[in-house]
Write a protein that binds this ligand. Structure first.
Ligand SMILES: Nc1ncnc2c1ncn2[C@@H]1O[C@H](COP(=O)(O)OP(=O)(O)OP(=O)(O)O)[C@@H](O)[C@H]1O
Length: 292
């Protein structure tokens, strides 16, 4: 039998994944996987567990949780020479990456996909010595995702993010950042920059409309200095993917992006705190095999 390691975060989303474990194990067994489980205990544990699964040569690693759990699992696998196939069970609050890939958001259906799907290569973003699979960013509002307490997400789901977003709007301010891409340099005050591997970010499904998870490119969105009303107007356009034509927005694709600032710009990697600038983003083309 093939061997699978299920790494699940019992605190993700509405804390539902635990009750599905017997069903998950049963479905995987029927499709030929002998599966063992690891429940994460806190920050960094999913990375550690994924690294162990690589060392022990598992055929498949399944990340069950939110985008933060997937991020941690990716960071345990991406740097290794042997990289098991990856399965995703979306059990978080926003589940951006699962949404971008069109994976079912119901836990039993997602397990069926893992049991019967095929491994497809996908790109991974590298930033200094860390990895991200969906989205990275810096500047105003990008600290939002890791500032929302887990308990509030359990209680309110995605609404918890919107509440925090509204609270943070009052403190919106630009930062001077220099961005060096393959074909351009932006060196000015900006509100935020995003570097995307997929088109779904924070529940907005058209924020990087040309992004593909296997094109070896990073999709960058830069929002220039704006007033609060302009910011809200552009966020509204972003719901329909129309923000990319706005003069305040620069949208481009690149293989590499260098970001530098004299200010303390915090980075967000797949929703988690990822250190501060300076940094270099690169795309690792088709680096991980994802079952879908
Ligand atoms: N047993 C645990 N108890 C509390 N927190 C945990 C536990 N295991 C992992 N974590 C933390 O959970 C965070 C990741 O949560 P995850 O992204 O999976 O779910 P979420 O935050 O509900 O969903 P989303 O990212 O979609 O909003 C990580 O910061 C990790 O450190």
């Amino acid at each position: 039998m093939k061997r699978a390691r299920l790494i699940y975060n019992p605190s993700s989303g509405r804390e539902e994944v635990k009750r599905w474990i017997p069903r998950i194990l049963d479905t995987l067994e029927k499709s030929g996987y002998e599966t063992s489980c690891h429940a994460t205990k806190g920050q960094g544990d999913a990375t550690f567990a994924a690294r162990m699964a690589v060392e022990r040569r598992f055929d498949l690693v399944i990340a069950a949780g939110g985008d933060g759990t997937i991020y941690e699992v990716i960071n345990g696998i991406a740097e290794q020479r042997y990289r098991p196939a990856l399965g995703i069970i979306p059990a978080g609050t926003t589940n951006d990456f699962a949404r971008a890939l069109g994976l079912p958001r119901s836990i039993p259906k997602a397990v069926e996909v893992i049991a019967n799907g095929t491994p497809i290569p996908i790109d991974v973003g590298k930033i200094n010595s860390r990895y991200f699979i969906n989205i990275a960013g810096g500047g105003a509002l990008t600290t939002l995702t890791y500032e929302v307490p887990s308990k509030l997400k359990t209680l309110l789901g995605q609404l918890a993010y919107y509440m925090k977003g509204i609270e943070k709007l009052a403190f919106l301010s630009p930062m001077h950042i220099r961005l060096e891409a393959d074909d351009r340099i932006i060196d000015e005050e900006i509100m935020m920059f995003l570097v995307a591997n997929s088109n779904s970010i924070g529940g907005f499904e058209k924020i990087a409309p040309n992004a593909k998870t296997d094109d070896g490119l990073l999709d960058c969105i830069v929002l220039r200095k704006t007033s609060l009303p302009d910011f809200i107007r552009i966020a509204t356009l972003a719901l329909k993917g129309e923000h990319v034509n706005d003069p305040k927005v620069e949208y481009f694709q690149t293989r590499k992006l260098v970001a530098i600032s004299n200010e303390k710009v915090k980075l967000n990697l797949d929703g988690e705190f990822g250190g501060t600038l300076p940094c270099t983003f690169t795309a690792l083309p088709r680096h991980i095999k994802l079952i879908r």
